[in-house]
Write a protein of this length. Structure first.
Lengths: 321, 321
């Protein structure tokens, strides 16, 4: 059932022994949102833990500072920024996929798998929703809580640059800054610092970028060979996915990365009316209108062809904004 | 004489036939601030024009939409974001350098050349000051005015990423967004879109980046040859100056660009306590603590050596933040 923020707040206020689940391949929004929610619920005296099906990447470790992570048998299971129980990862899906009590999410594609779901599909991040939820529950936003939410707000918007960024996003970013979020170090860490291996990978990827459809589409393919040459690995590729779309005139930016098993993960980023989610849905994936993803099989050329075919279909519907 | 915002507002409210001057090699802050101030003063019924010693780069043209640019003999001359009358450019310095009535600036290095100077050296941009000034004068911030100011607020802070960004910067950015600034297109234009020639230049520049002083300094040199190879030109190099500092561990990022006469313009960007302005001052330039510039003569290697010598002196005083 779909519920609103007040009902979600009431559910959480009644609950105890709460397990908060993130999506796998975790990003700043699922982790920032989950840790901020956990911090608030722990401050209310509840027993709460945050779990994720995949290991937490090192750069997000600080989000867990000061958070208790007790082991307990959960009474209430909450999923944050999780559109589909498959995204909990195999083990957590098996254990909890059918018994999530509350899902807080901003994906229009949410499958409503939870008993209660609070969705705001026009929210740029789950973290914006959590910020409003914590305010609605009368929780003080400490500097640490503000930093957790600021990570979510910025990482899901390319640091306030993507088209999902709204006036509310700017306002909440400003309120989190005023509440003491460590904005400078967060932005430096996630947007302005490149490891030497990442810089090398970025150069290889840019060298291989190709344009299609009268330069309205740019495609970059990151191969296992590039990881070897640069010393980088796939943990650093998320930040590359915005580069193809940056070329002037490009409406659809594509990033493919070769997985160890030879499959390709495609990230689709679009401008204007072009629906990235529609492109990916036809290839078995999903996401948002401006940012979506899917997995492709076959050789590199087969994967490129399959992706470009769907891009072309979507470009044919394009009106320049 | 140094004056405060109220005195600056009073001066402007009394004035008419106002000439507003920008600094040469104009950027988003001097142009956004000057056009917003002009728009407000014209809305108050005054005769106002904005002038700049250098041509206005094409991407800033929209700031002048809807602004009258009358020819008249000025009674009051205002300089915005101008730290030194030399920065007015030769002709305007000769004509007005000694008769600027009011300078509104955020550079600590301001020479106090104007009759009255309102400086806030901890303001990230002149545009923040103009925003507060217009509010103080009871001016409505229209969407167009908000866009002009948003250009200044974002371009001087790397889109809210540089260390000069404060809580006030975030708050003003949010208020400008709420006032109807075209935040998405401004950010796309100035931060997220690369021409194909710029992308080619960026690759050449990154390929030539070198590290010094145990990787605490990165230097990128953009040559006339690179402009020829990429099809780009120096109008696009400003956006490259942040790249060297992005490498993990780098405290001082240096960008040198070869001028047509063989000299080199150096841009110095620093992290933490390292004073970019001190480095550049010893080489005849100046700027802010985190971002400064100077001009170097001699061969490329001589210019590099001169710059690195001053960087080393400054790095020797460094404490890791």
């Amino acid at each position: 059932m779909r519920i609103d923020m007040q009902a979600a707040a009431a559910l959480l206020q009644r609950a105890d022994r709460i397990l908060i689940l993130c999506h796998d391949h975790p990003d700043g929004d699922t982790l920032g949102s989950a840790t901020a929610l956990a911090g608030a619920l722990q401050a209310m005296g509840k027993t709460v833990a945050v779990r994720c099906g995949d290991p937490i990447p090192q750069q997000y470790g600080f989000l867990f500072d000061g958070l208790a992570q007790p082991e307990f048998s959960p009474e209430t299971v909450v999923a944050v920024d999780v559109a589909d129980p498959k995204l909990l990862g195999k083990a957590f899906n098996a254990a909890y996929g059918a018994r999530v009590d509350l899902c807080i999410d901003h994906h229009a594609s949410n499958t409503l798998f939870a008993k209660e779901t609070w969705i705001e599909s026009d929210s740029a991040s789950a973290a914006e929703m959590i910020y409003l939820l914590l305010q609605g529950m009368g929780q003080t936003i400490t500097p640490q809580q503000a930093s957790r939410l600021f990570v979510g707000v910025t990482t899901d918007t390319g640091c306030l640059r993507f088209s999902n960024t709204t006036v509310r996003t700017f306002r909440i970013a400003a309120e989190l800054a005023a509440a003491g979020a460590d904005t400078y170090h967060i932005i430096q860490t996630f947007f302005e610092t490149k490891t030497k291996t990442f810089a090398a990978l970025e150069r290889l990827a840019l060298d291989g970028m190709r344009l299609y459809f009268h330069d309205r589409c740019a495609l970059m393919c990151i191969t296992q060979e590039m990881y070897r040459l640069s010393g980088s690995d796939e943990s650093e590729t998320d930040r590359l996915t915005n580069l193809p779309r940056q070329i002037e005139g490009v409406r659809v930016g594509l990033t493919m990365r070769e997985l160890p098993n030879g499959d390709f993960k495609a990230s689709v980023r679009t401008h204007g009316d072009i629906n990235a989610s529609a492109i990916c849905k036809r290839l078995g994936g999903g996401g948002h209108a401006g940012a979506a993803g899917c997995t492709l099989h076959g050789t590199k050329q087969q994967a490129i062809n399959a992706l470009l075919k769907e891009v072309q279909a979507e470009l044919d519907t394009d009106t320049i904004d």
